[in-house]
Design a protein around this ligand. Structure first.
Ligand code: LLP
Length: 420
């Protein structure tokens, strides 16, 4: 079965006609294909073959509890960066021993809470954080596994806002500091140093940056092992890019990525931990919206749709281009260039410029491809626009997996002090 496709000119997700969903749920909304997630997970898993590994789906890419449940039932662990994400993973039935906690700013409260709830390992990003985790764990009479996130000083050649592995980025520590932290760790009672961690950026489209960073990680591992430290885990992060089109593949063949992992790490006697996000969910989702008005201008024509930058921020924030699709293909010829814009009062609320489109009218449905990752999770209520629903499709079934809050619920969260 296909994931997203056209049948008689109509867009489908698995066996569900998108138009039928839009007849029941007000646009805009996200639609995810369960099959698409499963296929991508299995593809990665199979390509890793005999390499001793564990996949920790990166919750930040799409943290809907149903999505987490899909990956959990495939055997995935979870990579989280906040107590909120940790609690979501728990709500999806994931055990603490299957969760790794990454991120540069874990608070004392978060550290305490996840130690109580159970955690496989912390990926440590700084010396003060190491000290705090050690202190908290010691107070709780626990010994917690930690890996140190090393900054491999590799430019992933991706958008500058999503690169993380260069010297000037806030992430990880230099190899010199890693050694110093391992040394210090031998004196610590609350932590056990189990490995190294790395993540060089996201939406990476060539193997080169991975090759360079893997070779550095290998070198560091061997050096630490020579110094007598028993490393048993290597976390290589996520970052594999995707093509932005319907059913798009990853920009790097998954087999080549896995082959690289095997080349560099197979003989090190370490369990390889992966934290993929986008490559598992990005092309498992689309964003469906309706045309509000076509607006013909002197210089530009605009197609004003009911989705906006608050619902899907990637085009405004990273100049990302996601393929625009008609939910029902038109038999009419393209006859004009349109900028696709939302109703938010900012010029950056633009999804695409100068798209050649057939005539469109109010109520026509459109969709953006590749919106399953960093779509719903980055949405806000700017302009008091409620968060939009998420819909999960499996075969001929579909269900709302996040509801749209009412405007009155949003307003009720605001409080007017009695002295006002
Ligand atoms: N592990 C760590 C420590 C991360 O920081 C990230 C993503 C991942 C794994 C997952 O990376 P992925 O496989 O999804 O590339 N909002 C941006 C992406 C930010 C990614 C942040 N970290 C976007 O929309 O492109």
């Amino acid at each position: 079965m296909k994931e997203f496709y056209y049948k008689k000119g109509n867009l489908f997700a698995e066996e569900v006609k998108i138009k039928d969903v839009a007849n029941h749920i007000k646009t805009p909304f996200y639609v995810y294909s369960k099959l698409a997630m499963e296929r991508r997970f299995d593809q990665l898993k199979n390509s890793l073959g005999a390499l001793r590994h564990r996949i920790f789906y990166s919750v930040k890419a799409n943290s809907n509890v149903s999505v987490l449940k899909v990956f959990g039932s495939l055997g995935s662990g979870m990579d989280v960066v906040s107590l909120g994400e940790y609690d979501r993973a728990k709500a999806a039935g994931i055990a603490g021993k299957d969760i790794v906690f990454s991120g540069v700013g874990k608070t004392k409260y978060e550290i305490q809470s996840v130690i109580i709830g159970g955690i496989r390992q912390f990926n440590i990003e700084s010396e003060p954080e190491l000290n705090l985790i050690n202190q908290v764990a010691t107070e709780m009479d626990k010994v917690i596994d930690v890996s140190v996130r090393v900054n491999p000083e590799v430019d992933a050649k991706t958008h500058r806002k999503i690169t993380t592995g260069t010297k000037s980025d806030k992430f990880g520590v230099s190899f010199e500091n890693v050694k110093m932290m391992f040394e210090k760790g031998t004196e610590m009672k609350g932590v056990s140093f189990v490995g190294l961690d790395m993540h060089i950026g996201s939406q990476i489209s060539t193997l080169n940056a991975f090759r360079l960073s893997f070779s550095r990680l290998r070198k560091m591992t061997l050096e630490l092992k020579r110094s007598g430290y028993a490393l048993s885990r290597l976390d290589v992060g996520g970052g594999i890019g995707i093509e932005h089109n319907l059913n798009g593949d990853s920009s790097i063949p998954i087999d080549s990525y896995s082959a690289l992992l095997k080349d560099y790490f197979d003989d090190l006697d370490c369990e390889i931990e992966l934290e993929p996000g986008r490559s598992l969910v990005g092309n498992a989702g689309i964003l469906v919206a309706s045309v509000i008005y076509p607006k013909l201008g002197d210089e530009n024509n605009f197609l004003i749709i009911d989705a906006a930058m608050n619902d899907f921020l990637r085009p405004a924030l990273y100049d990302a281009r996601h393929q625009l699709l008609a939910v029902k293909k038109s038999s009419k010829k393209e006859n004009g260039l349109f900028d696709i814009v939302g109703p938010v009062c900012e010029s950056s609320d633009t999804f695409e410029r100068s798209v050649n489109l057939p005539p469109m009218q109010s109520g026509d449905l459109v969709a953006f491809s590749s919106a399953g990752a960093y779509g719903a999770v980055m949405a806000s209520e700017y302009n008091t626009r409620p968060l939009i629903p998420e819909v999960l499709v499996s075969d001929s079934l579909y269900a709302i997996i996040r509801e749209r809050p009412s405007i009155s619920e949003i307003i009720r969260r605001d409080k007017i002090p009695e002295w006002l």
